[in-house]
Design a binder for this molecule. Structure first.
Ligand SMILES: *Cc1c(COP(=O)(O)O)cnc(C)c1O
Length: 366
């Protein structure tokens, strides 16, 4: 008997059935690829800023645990991202961690977490891992928010937590303020306004983060050029953030991340400029894609496009052929019936977008 055989038996008796049945979150090896699959910024920081990061990191006290209250970092984040002075502010190892903390703070086993669907898969994964029930309320056929269905589902399931990705991932749509307000009014628990793609959308709930009685605003720096850092923040009425803070692991933000933020955040206008470039390239890229045969592009307020392929070649074929041409995009065609035929494509640098268009042109005309 090998040690693997004996491990298998114990694992079957020990690891949760739900976890055993689950696939690990797959991150493909992207070496040598044009990477348009994960909504990262294609733009690196300029050398001067990288040098400042290097100096800050070199000076970080690695022998010490991170300091407790992080007041200097708090002030910097408030100022860089317009977090109201009265709002409570929590930091996470990526906003993924904050999603986890919200659910852990709010949900007893069997409680409901609800979101329009399809949306960010991590809402569902995290809810189930926390022994909560996940209810996804289908979008309309046009991938819009189905407000009557949302209100009916909220009345029926009384969710502890509602997640609204604004704009929505992977569809790119942005829900109207009055629809979001109707959900806030109807929700019996907490509503998380996940603004991961806000820098590409223009509108935000952040100025009201301290005032909404049952909502918090979740943000990340991952989509604006700092995905490697792993840093997210959550702002909301202090009474809410104090509760959520209780389930946060004590030192969840390492000193290296903090040092890098101190060096980078004073250069926030530079990140804004990079985001503005991606936003400006979105319309022309969408139009060029939509001109290809059998291709439909859904409206996007984010730094990616959801593209539907209904010509001779289906999305799976296109996805594979792009891969053989060293271009990585994300295949959503079998995630949900509403996404059949869909690939999600991040907006890249101009040369990457041009390479994508040339490749698709080729693929779809043969
Ligand atoms: C990418 C993404 C996040 C996660 O961001 P991290 O800060 O990198 O963990 C959260 N919400 C949505 C909707 C996203 O698309």
């Amino acid at each position: 008997m090998t040690s693997n055989d004996s491990a298998d038996g114990r694992i079957a008796q020990t690891v949760r059935a739900h976890v055993r049945a689950q696939q690990a979150y797959a991150v493909p090896d992207a070496t040598g690829f044009i990477k348009l699959d994960a909504m990262e910024s294609p733009y690196a920081l300029p050398d001067e800023v990288r040098a400042e990061v290097a100096r800050a990191v070199a000076a970080a006290p690695l022998n010490r645990y991170p300091e407790g209250n992080l007041s200097a970092l708090r002030a910097l984040v408030r100022q860089a991202f317009g977090v109201p002075a009265e709002a409570g502010l929590l930091f996470g190892n990526g906003s993924d961690e904050l999603i986890h903390l919200v659910i852990q703070a709010c949900c007893e086993p069997g409680d409901t977490v609800l979101s329009p669907w399809p949306s960010f898969v991590y809402f569902d994964i995290t809810a189930r891992l926390s022994h909560a029930r996940f209810v996804g309320v289908p979008l309309t056929a046009e991938l819009g928010l189905d407000l009557p269905a949302m209100l009916a589902a909220i009345a029926q399931h009384r969710p502890k937590v509602v997640f609204l990705a604004l704009p929505n991932n992977p569809t790119g749509g942005l829900w109207r303020d009055e629809d979001v307000q109707a959900i806030l009014d109807a929700a019996p628990g907490l509503v998380v306004l996940d603004e991961a793609y806000q820098p590409f959308a223009g509108s935000t709930w952040m100025p009201r983060a301290a005032d909404l009685p049952n909502a918090v605003v979740l943000r990340t720096v991952s989509k604006i050029g700092l995905a490697g850092l792993r840093f997210g923040y959550l702002a909301g009425p202090a009474a809410w953030t104090e509760q959520i803070d209780k389930v946060r692991p004590p030192y969840n933000l390492g000193v290296l991340v903090q040092a890098a933020l101190h060096a980078v955040l004073p250069h926030k206008p530079l990140l804004d400029e990079q985001a503005a470039r991606l936003r400006a390239d979105r319309g022309p890229l969408a139009a060029a894609l939509a001109a290809l045969p059998g291709v439909r592009v859904h409206d996007s307020a984010a730094n990616f496009l959801l593209v539907r392929f209904s010509g001779a070649k289906d999305a799976n074929a296109v996805h594979l052929e792009l891969k053989t041409r060293k271009i990585l995009v994300k295949n959503f065609s079998s995630m949900h019936p509403l996404l059949s035929g869909c690939l999600r494509i991040s907006i890249g640098a101009p040369d990457e977008n041009a390479a994508l268009l040339a490749a698709l042109h080729d693929i779809l005309s043969t």
